[in-house]
Design a protein around this ligand. Sequence first.
Ligand code: NDP
Ligand code: PYC
Length: 345
Amino acid sequence: MSPGGGPEGVRLSLDDVRALARQVLSATGLSAAHVDAVAETMVAGERDGCASHGVYRLLVAANSVAKGVVSLDAEPVLDEPAPALARVDGGGGFAQLAFERGRPVLVDKARRFGIAALALNNVVHFAALWPEVEALAREGLAALAFTPSHAWVAPEGGTRPVFGTNPIAFGWPRPGRDPFVFDFATSAVARGEIELHRRAGRPVPDHWGYDADGAATTVAEAVLGGAMRTFGGHKGSALAAMVELLAGPLIGDMTSQESLAADAGRGGSPIGGELIIALDPAGFLGGALADHLERAEAMFEAIEAQGARLPSQRRYAARARSLREGVVIPGALHRDIMMLLEQKG
Ligand code: NDP
Ligand code: PYC
C-alpha cells in the first residue's frame, strides 16, 4: 500500500486490493474456496473502475454474513438435468463459487451441443455479471446472464417495487481482441450506485426513483426506502419482468418479491437464482465461422468510426490503467473497510 491517492483517496496496487479483500473475507469466517472466488470478482470490479461492485462490496458481503443470510462454507452441488443443461445448487453460499464450479461444464456442453444453459440456484448474489460473460466470451462463446435480486424497482406506470434491479449481461467473442461485453441493471441504475450516492451525501437524478409516497425525489436515502425506476420506461420494465421469469420460475428459483420476503427484514444481499446461456458460434457456422465473425467486426467498426464507443471499452481502458498504476479507493470507504477488519480481528 502506498500514499498518493490524494487527500480523499488511498492508492493500492491490485495485489494490495486482493490481499485486503481476502483478509476481510477470511475474517468473516468464509471458507477458503469462497474467499478466493469472491475476492477475485471484487478485485476485477475495482480494477475495471466499477466502483459499485468493487471493494465497496466487502461491506455488503460482511453485512450478509453478519445477518446470517449466507452459508459460509457451502459446497456447491452440480447436476445435469438434460444433456445441454447444468444446474449448480449453491447451498446458500455466495454465487461466485457456484459459477466457478458450473462454468467448465457449461463450456463443454455449449461446445458439444451448440447451445447450453447453466442455472445457479440457492445462491446469495451481490456481484456484477460481466466477469462471467467475459470469461465465456474469452472461451469463444456468445453468452447471456440474468439474475433477479430484491423487489426494489417499480414497474413503469406504478410506484411500488415489484422487480429487482435485474441485470442483463452479454458477451461476444472477438478473435484477437477483448470481447464485446455489456452488463447493466434493468433499473435506471444499479442500487449499489444509489448507495454510493447516499454514502457521499450526493443527490441523485430525479428519474432514478420515487420516495415511499410515490413522489419523484433526488434524495438517495428516500429512493432506497421507496422505489427505484426501470431504465427506458416500459422497455426496461418488460426486460426486468423477463429476467424475473428466466432466472426465477423457469429455473425453480425465487422472484425478487419472494427473495425480499425470504430475507424477512434482515437486510442481506438477495438469495435466489441466476441463468447463464452460452452459444458456440461454430454450432451454426461450422467452417464459415471466421468469415461471419469478421462481419461482426464490420459492425463494431461502423460504431466506432462515428466516435461512439463500445460497451466495455471504458472498462478495458480502466483495466489497463489499474494494472499500471493501481487504483484509488475513497478514503471513507477505506476507513470503513479497515474498521470492519479491526472489529473482526
Ligand atoms: P451502467 O448503467 O453503468 O451500464 C453499464 C454498461 O453500459 C456497461 O457495459 C458499460 O460499459 C456500458 N456503457 C455505459 N455507458 C456507455 C456508453 N456511453 N456507450 C457505450 N456503452 C456504455 O450499469 P448499471 O448501473 O446498470 O449496472 C452496474 C453493475 O451492477 C453491472 O455490472 C450489473 O451486473 C451490476 N448489478 C448486479 C446486480 C445483481 O443482482 N447481482 C443487480 C444490478 C446490477 P463500460 O463498463 O465500458 O462503461
Ligand atoms: O447494485 O443493484 C445492485 C445490486 C443488487 C444485487 C447486487 N447488486
